[in-house]
Design a binder for this molecule. Structure first.
Ligand code: SF4
Length: 495
C-alpha cells in the first residue's frame, strides 16, 4: 500500500449487503425573469441540471396575472417535452427544480417548486440543500397550528414567510431564512419578482447568468450554456438577489460567516463542463488526479477511469504519471438507473449492465483504476472483478478524494456511517474487500491543493469537507438521516 492505513478498524461489511454506491446530490434549481419563453428556457435549464436530481421535476411560471405549474415524478424529458405542456406554462418569469427524494417513494406533494397564497399574493419556492434545524422548526410550527402538506424543508420556509410580520416579500424572506440553519440555494417567484438566495456559508452553488437582458439563476453554469446564456457571477454566500421589471438588486442581510462551499461539488456532483465558484470543474478534477499521482504513484502500464465521473481525474493522473490513458471500461449510456430495475436479481447485475471491461485494452496489463470516490464499495468491487476477468495482471485502485467516512446533512443523499466502507474498515481491509493489489486515497491536503485552498488557513476561504473529516460547519440539531421532515412525517404517522 502506498499510503498509511487508517487507524479505524472495525468489523468489515461485505459488498453483498450494500446498495447504490455514489453520494447523490439532491436538487438543482433554475429561475428566469423577463423572457417571453420563460417555461421553455427553464425546461432547457432543468435538462442540463438533470444530473443533480432524477426522480422528479417541476416548473412554476407567472404570466402577469396567474401562476401556472406542472410537477411530475420522473425525468424532465419524460414530462416536459411536449408543446402542450410548455404552452400550458405561459409567462415571462419561471422557476424550476429537479430533485431526488431522500427516503421512500418520491411523492408528488414533495415535488418542487412549492406554491402558496400569502397575504401579499402568490409565491413559489424551490431549494437545493437541507435545513439542519428543520425538524425543530417544523415541530414548533405544527404545535402552533400550522398544517403541512409535504415533508419538504421548503414548506418550513413557506410557513415562516407566512407568519412574518415584515412589510415586503423580500423582508419576509429574509426574516424566514434568518431562522433556519443549514445549506440552501433557493429560488422564489412572486407576482413581481424573481429571488435567489444562498445560505451564509455558501454550501450549495447558485450562479447568476443573463440571456438577452433576462437574469437567470441556476445551480450550475452548464444550465446557461445549453441556451447560449452568459455567465455573470456566482451569487455570494448570504446574498439575497432580486430581479424585477425595474432591474436587479442584491442585499447581504445575514451576519457574515466563513464560507464553506461543498468540496464534493468538485469531486463528483457538478458537471465537468460547469464552472463553480470561479473554477472549471473539469480542470479542477484533472488537478485532483495529478495530485493523486504525485501522492500515490502505482507500478502500472496504463491508467483507466471508472466512467464517467472518474475520467477527468484519470486524465490528470495519467498526464502527471507519464502513463497512457486508455478506456478500459466502456459504459452503456442506454441502461436505466439500477434502482428502477424490476427485481433484486437484475438489480444485483447493475454494474454489469452499466459497464463492460474492454478486453483489448486490459488483457495482460497492469492497470491503475481511477474513480472519484468510494462510498459503499459495491461498484468498485464488481468493476475490479470485471477487469481481472478480462485479463488484467494487476489492478491498483487510486481514489480522487479522501475516504468518505461521514454522512452529509446538507442536501446530499448519503448512506448511514455504518454503510460507508471507509468508516468501517482500514485501508488494508478495504483493499481486500474491493479485491485490488493496492489501494490509495487522495489526502485532504492534496484535495485542497487541487481546488486552490489551504485547509484551516484563516486567510483562505474554507470548504465544507465534513464527509471526509466529520468537521460539520453547522450545528446538527435534532436531525434524522436523509431529511428531517421525512423523519417527522414518520413520527407523526406513528403517533
Ligand atoms: Fe459536500 Fe460532504 Fe459537506 Fe455534504 S458533507 S456539503 S457532500 S463536503
Amino acid at each position: 500500500m502506498s499510503s498509511a492505513p487508517r487507524s479505524i478498524c472495525r468489523p468489515e461489511i461485505g459488498p453483498d449487503k450494500l446498495g447504490p454506491d455514489k453520494l447523490r446530490e439532491e436538487c438543482g434549481v433554475f429561475g428566469i425573469f423577463g423572457n417571453d419563453e420563460a417555461a421553455a428556457h427553464t425546461v432547457l435549464g432543468l435538462h442540463a441540471l438533470q444530473h443533480r436530481g432524477q426522480e422528479a421535476a417541476g416548473v412554476v411560471t407567472f404570466d402577469g396575472r396567474l401562476f401556472h405549474n406542472h410537477r411530475a415524478v420522473g425525468l424532465v424529458g419524460d414530462h416536459f417535452s411536449s408543446e402542450a405542456v410548455i404552452s400550458a406554462l405561459p409567462g415571462h418569469a419561471a422557476i424550476g427544480h429537479v430533485r431526488y427524494s431522500t427516503q421512500g417513494a418520491p411523492l408528488l406533494r414533495n415535488v418542487q417548486p412549492l406554491y402558496a397564497d400569502f397575504v401579499f399574493g402568490g409565491l413559489a419556492l424551490a431549494h437545493n440543500g437541507n435545513l439542519t434545524n428543520a425538524l425543530a422548526l417544523r415541530r414548533q410550527l405544527v404545535e402552533e397550528g400550522c398544517l403541512f402538506q409535504s415533508t419538504s424543508d421548503t414548506e418550513v420556509i413557506i410557513h415562516l414567510i407566512a407568519r412574518s410580520r415584515q412589510p415586503s416579500v423580500v423582508e419576509r424572506l429574509v426574516d424566514a431564512l434568518s431562522q433556519v440553519e443549514g445549506a440552501y440555494a433557493l429560488v422564489a417567484l412572486s407576482g413581481s419578482a424573481l429571488y435567489g438566495v444562498r445560505d451564509p456559508l455558501g454550501v450549495r452553488p447558485l450562479i447568476l447568468g443573463e440571456l438577452d437582458g433576462a437574469p437567470i439563476l441556476a445551480s450550475e453554469s452548464c444550465a446557461l450554456d445549453i441556451m447560449g446564456a452568459r455567465f455573470v457571477r456566482d451569487i455570494a454566500p448570504g446574498e439575497v438577489f432580486t430581479a424585477t421589471a425595474s432591474g436587479t438588486e442584491s442585499i447581504m442581510p445575514f451576519p457574515p460567516r466563513a464560507k464553506r462551499f461543498c468540496i464534493f461539488e468538485y469531486v463528483y456532483f457538478a458537471r465537468p463542463d460547469s464552472a463553480v465558484e470561479g473554477q472549471s470543474v473539469y480542470e479542477t478534477r484533472k488537478r485532483i488526479g495529478a495530485e493523486l499521482a504525485k501522492e500515490h504513484p502505482a507500478p502500472a502500464d496504463l491508467v483507466i477511469p471508472v466512467p464517467d465521473s472518474g475520467v477527468p481525474a484519470a486524465i490528470g493522473f495519467a498526464q502527471a504519471a507519464g502513463l497512457p490513458f486508455e478506456l478500459g471500461l466502456i459504459r452503456n449510456h442506454y441502461v436505466g438507473r439500477t434502482f428502477i430495475e424490476p427485481s433484486d436479481r437484475i438489480r444485483h447485475l447493475g454494474v454489469k449492465l452499466k459497464h463492460n471491461a474492454n478486453h483489448a485494452t486490459v488483457t495482460g496489463r497492469r492497470v491503475v483504476l481511477v474513480d472519484d470516490s468510494i462510498v459503499r464499495g459495491t461498484t468498485s468491487t464488481k468493476i475490479v472483478a470485471m477487469i481481472r476477468q478480462a485479463g488484467a495482471t494487476e489492478v491498483h485502485m487510486r481514489v480522487a478524494s479522501p475516504p468518505t467516512t461521514h454522512s452529509c446533512f446538507y442536501g446530499v443523499d448519503t448512506p448511514e456511517r455504518s454503510e460507508l466502507l471507509a468508516a468501517q474498515n482500514d485501508l488494508e481491509a478495504m483493499a481486500r474487500i474491493i479485491g485490488v493489489d493496492s489501494l490509495a486515497f487522495l489526502s485532504l491536503d492534496g484535495l485542497y491543493r487541487a481546488v486552490g485552498g489551504t485547509r484551516r488557513d484563516a486567510r483562505q476561504p474554507l470548504f465544507c469537507d465534513a464527509c471526509f473529516s466529520g468537521d460539520y460547519p453547522t450545528q446538527l440539531e435534532d436531525l434524522g438521516r436523509g431529511g428531517s421532515a421525512d423523519q417527522l412525517s414518520l413520527m407523526l404517522e406513528d403517533a
